[in-house]
Design a protein around this ligand. Sequence first.
Ligand code: THU
Length: 137
Amino acid sequence: MNNVIDVNRLVEKAIVARSNAYTPYSKFNVGCAVLLKNGEIVMGSNIENASFGLTNCAERSALFSAFSQGYRGDDIVALAVVGDTEQFISPCGACRQVIIELVNDNTQIILSNLKGDIKILDKHALLPFSFTSKDLE
Ligand code: THU
């Protein structure tokens, strides 16, 4: 059921999200689009701060927005990220940790760039040997 998704359409949405980035410091805009089971798409972009460490990456913006609207990991079919990178974009470590917790095993993670390079993987490939809630039991 989750296998047939319109990857290009989701990447296009991530490119739209990217145009909303707030990046006065790095000028490096990133967009993320989260596809839900009901067909809705939740967008997020990176939001920077003069206290640099408070910056929110696009991936976390999108996931936190989806969760804030009441959706949960099992609702998330795919997540696409786009930046103006040489190869497909590579999410930071903080976002990988958040992705591991907030999406499910079947969620397709789509990494892309403005040239159309695309890598599709699952969350475990993105963060092997991860620390999760299971480790707290
Ligand atoms: N950034 C993201 O939003 N997602 C990524 O996958 C990589 C990095 C942001 C954080 C910061 O605003 C800017 O890109 C430069 O690091």
